[in-house]
Design a protein around this ligand. Structure first.
Ligand code: M6R
Length: 613
């Protein structure tokens, strides 16, 4: 949550900073601000609202300067307002700071600083940082980088910060703990951002800062990095793997729609080099060395949040079906706080699109502390989770910018399927004929997704029907239960229509009381697994006048007869249905949200990377 960006060099900083904010607006969008270092002072412009509001606010103002920092906010402490927007000034207005994260001991620090005479102008936790730095800088007679280091040694919580000062007008000081910081290298210039998307237009050469590291960036000088404990560290420069066109809407009205349509490619990319149908080989380079570890695991524990958690639930079915190792799937936020039993011979798999989700990171740290092997399935290369895990496999879905996760889910399930297949074959328990069939079928999934996308217009008509209801129920069984959860999450997060995902058979234990003619029920009723049982569940809904929108396998007869609206998906293996069935549900949620006039890519109260607890 929150995006930070900084620039120092010989170009005008303002356009670079604003463009960076636009690229990272998905991280938070309730207020925005910029600090520019002029020749005689640091100027801060900030306001509640989106980046475009900041641009309007800055019209006619002095936006000159070759050094500056900017911030787009997702409020944690203090409501969205002009005062609570970043950057925050020191009392003498000589230093400005932006912050992404949460300072947990801010109240104690705030009280101490108030007692010393500091006046606070915002309700944010972040403002303590600037006054603490200012106080140390003045009273302990140390330079600004040292003041930043000493201040950070006093704070508990998470931070990604950038600091500028009029006393050193060509320097950015940045530090991180728990929130990402990427430093970009240009010719006689440095960039800093929360995310590579803000840098890639200018440079592909980057350094990923580690936790508790502080970097001082002055053009003409080499990068210097120290830890909060005052140890010098060196970094090697890496190449960022994002291209600019991946960050544009490419003619689509919204990123979410673009990302839904990208799925034939993103699923294929997630399989590329890992699935060789001619040779019947499935292999994931990133985990080759851990295959034995996985196969001898006492348990596999999958930790994740939101959509990634739903992918994990599909993973549970895949692993248990194909490799017969017990799997537990946990919300990372619950896992980290419930004193879980973790054995050294457990393997924990963390799934995350962003690779920055705070709860998932904390769950990883806990599992590591208890001695378990921790693997990751991440989309963002070089992200904190990718670096915190022992090994893992990237999903290669490409940047996902819409807040609602779409292509990341199908890519995660694809990678989980590849893992399960590869391990099943290695274990030698799966009959070769069956293995071959599953491998071939997986390869055909991208083209089947392509077929589903052609149904967009009829799905739009169903959306037109659904948009007027205030509630919806999503039902599925076995592999399709996580799809029901995911379909419901998509609808509620972008259309604000209340939706529940439920195992179809559980409906009669409570939710059935909700069913009447105003309750659309979306049922994933494909032809494998518990088809007949799901048909009975649909009958139960019909008997209570509920309206049925069904997702069925092509050629279906029985469910179609009972349904008010039907979406057909191509025939596939039961274990791959979640990939196919989730696609029409993404389109359904998308169209409902558009028809309801929602801000599809930036739904209220949400942010793409949840880097706070
Ligand atoms: O980046 P992650 O996959 O770790 O994010 C987890 C959730 O925050 C994310 O899936 C969230 O639920 C999405 N908004 C769902 O569309």
């Amino acid at each position: 949550m929150c995006g930070i960006v900084g620039y120092v060099g010989n170009k005008d900083a303002y356009p670079i900073l604003v463009k960076g904010l636009y690229r990272m607006e998905y991280r938070g969008y309730d207020s925005a601000g910029v600090a520019l270092v002029h020749s005689d002072k640091v100027e801060v412009y900030k306001c509640q609202g989106r980046v475009k509001d900041l641009e309007t606010f800055c019209e006619g103002k002095d936006i000159s300067g070759n050094c500056g920092i900017a911030h787009t906010r997702w409020a944690t402490h203090g409501e969205p307002s002009n005062q609570n927007a970043h950057p925050h000034f020191s009392s003498d207005r000589k230093i400005a700071l932006i912050h992404n994260g949460i300072i947990e001991n801010h109240l104690v620090l705030r009280d101490a600083l108030i007692k010393q005479g500091y006046e606070f102008t915002s309700d944010t936790d972040s403002e303590v940082l600037i006054h603490l730095i200012e106080d140390i800088n003045k009273n302990e007679n140390v330079d600004l980088p040292e003041a930043v280091r000493l201040a950070l040694s006093q704070v508990q919580g998470t931070y990604a910060i950038i600091v500028v000062s009029i006393d050193d007008p060509h320097t950015l000081i940045t530090a991180r703990k728990g929130s990402p910081v990427i430093i970009g290298f240009g010719k006689d210039e440095y960039y800093v951002a929360s995310d590579g998307s803000a840098l890639v237009e200018y440079t592909k050469k980057v350094v990923y800062l580690n936790d508790e590291e502080i970097a001082v960036l002055t053009p003409g000088n080499d990068l210097t990095v120290k830890t909060v404990k005052n140890k010098r560290v060196s970094h090697y420069i890496q190449q960022i793997q994002i291209s600019l066109d991946q960050l544009e809407k490419g003619g689509y009205e919204h990123f979410m729609l673009k990302e839904i349509y990208e799925q034939p490619r993103s699923i294929a990319d997630s399989m590329r080099g890992r699935l060789n149908v001619k040779k019947d080989v499935v292999s994931l380079g990133g985990i080759v060395e851990y295959e034995d570890r996985l196969l001898s695991a006492r348990r596999i524990i999958i930790v994740a949040c939101g959509t990634s958690y739903h992918a994990g639930l599909v993973g549970e079915h895949l692993f248990e079906d194909l490799i017969r190792i017990p799997v537990e799937v946990e919300y990372a936020s619950e896992f980290r706080y419930r004193n879980p039993i973790i054995y050294e011979d457990d393997v924990v798999i963390a799934i995350s699109q962003s690779g920055e989700t705070a709860d998932t990171l904390a769950a990883i740290e806990l599992a590591k502390k208890k001695g378990a092997t921790v693997l990751g399935i991440c989309n963002v290369v070089g992200s904190s989770i990718a670096r915190a895990t022992d090994a893992g496999s990237y999903t290669h879905a490409g940047p996902e910018i819409g807040v609602a996760s779409t292509k990341a889910f199908t890519a995660q399930v694809t990678v989980l399927a590849l893992m399960a297949l590869c391990l099943a074959n290695r274990k030698g328990k799966i009959p070769q004929k069956r293995y071959k069939k599953l491998v071939e079928e997986l390869e055909s999934i991208p083209s089947k997704v392509e077929t589903i996308l052609k149904d967009n217009e009829s799905i739009k008509q169903i959306a037109n029907y659904m948009k007027d209801f205030s509630n919806a129920l999503y039902l599925g069984r076995n592999y399709n239960y996580p799809v029901a959860l995911e379909g419901a999450l998509k609808l509620k997060e972008i259309s604000y229509i209340h939706a529940e995902g439920y195992p179809a058979a559980e409906m009669k234990h409570g939710p059935i009381a909700l069913i009447d003619e105003d309750m659309p029920v979306v049922v994933i009723a494909t032809n494998k697994g518990s088809y007949e049982k799901v048909v009975s569940n649909i009958q139960e809904v019909k008997a209570r006048k509920g309206k049925i929108i069904s997702i069925v396998s092509e050629g279906d007869v029985d469910v179609k007869k009972l349904s008010d609206y039907v979406i057909e998906i191509p025939e596939t293996e039961e274990m791959y249905v979640p990939i196919l069935a989730s696609v029409p549900l993404q389109l359904l949620a998308y169209h409902v949200a558009v028809m309801c006039g929602r801000d599809v890519d930036r739904p209220r109260n949400l942010a793409k990377s949840v880097t706070v607890e």
